[in-house]
Design a binder for this molecule. Structure first.
Ligand SMILES: [Zn+2]
Ligand SMILES: [Zn+2]
Length: 124
């Protein structure tokens, strides 16, 4: 009985120390307010949600797109983020270009469309 208490006590003490250190580490890491996962990426603001990871923001943007809703996504600097209309990945607006018919496209998709011999009319 006494042995058990000692063992339990010792076991309980150690993880507690480790836990507080993990908590500190987590403070430095950013936690997504939607999925609760830590991320090293920039956290985004999606509509009224703050601290949304890139993954969740992409999912929310896709949901909004499927429902034809407008959704506002901004990064830490207040810059807008949008989905590339082709690969449906989320990018900061500064990394996308707007094509007159297709909408926002990332460089990779623009290159892919170009390589198929199609002409794009890009707005800068
Ligand atoms: Zn998330
Ligand atoms: Zn793309």
């Amino acid at each position: 009985m006494v042995m058990y208490v000692t063992v339990n006590g010792a076991e309980r003490n150690r993880p507690e120390k480790r836990k507080s250190r993990t908590a500190e580490a987590k403070m430095e890491k950013k936690i997504c307010g939607i999925c609760g996962k830590p991320t090293e990426d920039t956290l985004l603001e999606v509509g009224e949600h703050e601290n949304v990871c890139w993954e969740c923001a992409t999912r929310m943007a896709l949901e909004a797109k499927a429902e034809n809703r407008e959704i506002e996504i901004t990064d830490e600097n207040g810059d807008a983020c949008r989905l590339c209309q082709w690969c449906e990945e989320l990018f900061p607006e500064s990394e996308l270009r707007k094509e007159i018919d297709l909408g926002y496209l990332c460089d990779r998709c623009i290159a892919a469309i170009h390589s198929r011999g199609e002409t794009l009319t890009l707005k800068y």
